[in-house]
Design a protein around this ligand. Structure first.
Ligand code: KG4
Ligand code: ZN
Length: 343
């Protein structure tokens, strides 16, 4: 592989409710990152409706790709590879991105590179922190996943811990719905928590067995729902901001403590955050505090790179491309793909 040449990758991401296309150069320089979110459409249903998501991706994907190319000032002939999320995600949504990417790669006779969405979230940090290189320890927390991962190399991951039930973002979304805040819940709880008292309600902090890096949020979720039900039964007024802040504090304390401990125990200079929940302001603050105490540098991407976007897919794809890894036209959607599993 001639690394003296710039490598320009067109990336497509359609795994959930964002249609996104990006042009990324040499894995770290974003020439464009266009994101069309469907949040307003799914909001009325209180969550993502898979069939509606696929339909909207189909309507938008070509326009978004064109816009990404235009903003980057790039012609199709200048693209070295086409990258696409092949999983995990909603099968119908993934298939729209995959079909589009295959058609484009075929038409310009350039490699197709399938990317694992979770690995994409981690790669968002390479865009944000130009000096960051593996190995490091990372917490990936989003609507569908919560993993603590040792990133041994750009394409090599050891899972140190993961959720045994709900993902962290999913817990935020469910409690937000119970509080009548809307969808997606994470940003709404984050915002409202600033007005609440995090010590108002003593929700459980579930650390599991000594030394475990796994998570469990279902007990906390039940405790919050039981609290809301019992208040309603007693006809007592619920302070929504206090519930939000107390719930957020319980999630954040466990995530931050486990990540910093994992980083310390695996001699990682950095504790890195990735995924939608990485945008949480309290999580960033708490991590910073624990990181300072233990001499570990805390890194996270800017909010736009935390939630789903194609630039992170373009970054992850670059490190596959320079190793000569690509996919063929049989690349298929893998809704349940886990981290480290080849696409
Ligand atoms: O990575 P992402 O955009 O999609 C998935 O791959 O799942 O993550 C979306 C999740 C949602 O559950 C959303 O509520 C959560 O990330 N989220 C947040 C915040 N922003 C997004 N959770 C807590 N605090 C936030 N500020
Ligand atoms: Zn995601």
């Amino acid at each position: 592989m001639n690394l003296n040449k710039d490598i320009t990758i067109l990336a497509i991401e359609t795994s959930c409710d964002e249609t996104s296309a990006a042009v990324v150069r040499n894995g770290r320089h974003v020439l464009s990152n266009v994101i069309s979110t469907q949040i307003d459409i799914h909001k009325k249903f209180g969550g993502v409706v898979p069939e509606v998501a696929s339909r909207k991706h189909l309507e938008n994907v070509n326009i978004i790709v064109q816009e990404a190319m235009q903003q980057a000032g790039i012609k199709l002939e200048e693209i070295d590879a086409v990258a696409v999320t092949s999983g995990p995600g909603l099968v119908g949504a993934l298939l729209i991105g995959l079909t589009t990417a295959k058609a484009l790669a075929y038409s310009i006779n350039k490699p197709l590179i399938g990317v694992n969405h979770i690995e994409g979230h981690i790669a968002a940090n390479y865009i944000q922190h130009k000096e960051l290189q593996p190995p490091f320890v990372c917490l990936v927390a989003s609507g569908g996943h919560s993993h603590i991962v040792k990133v041994a190399d750009y394409d090599s991951f050891d899972i140190l811990g993961k959720t045994r039930d709900d993902a962290a973002g999913e817990a935020f979304d469910k409690i937000a719905r119970a509080l009548g805040l809307g969808y997606p819940g994470g940003p709404l709880i984050d915002k409202l928590s600033a007005e609440g008292n995090p010590a108002a309600i003593g929700f459980p902090r579930v650390f599991l067995e000594e030394g475990s890096y796994d998570f469990s949020f279902s007990g906390l979720k039940s405790a919050a729902l039981n609290y809301l039900n019992s208040m309603k039964m007693k006809e007592e007024k619920i302070n929504v901001a206090d519930v939000a802040a107390s719930f957020q504090a319980a999630v954040v304390e466990v995530l931050a403590e486990k990540l910093v401990r994992a980083a310390a125990e695996h001699n990682s200079k950095y504790a890195v955050l990735a995924g939608g929940v990485a945008a949480n302001s309290k999580l960033r603050e708490e991590l910073q505090r624990l990181g300072n105490q233990r001499g570990i540098e805390v890194l996270y991407p800017s909010p736009i790179l935390c939630t789903d976007n194609a630039a992170m897919i373009g970054s992850a794809a670059y490190y596959r491309f320079i190793k000569g890894t690509s996919s063929d036209m049989t690349l298929n959607a893998r809704p349940n793909l886990t981290i480290g599993e080849s696409v």
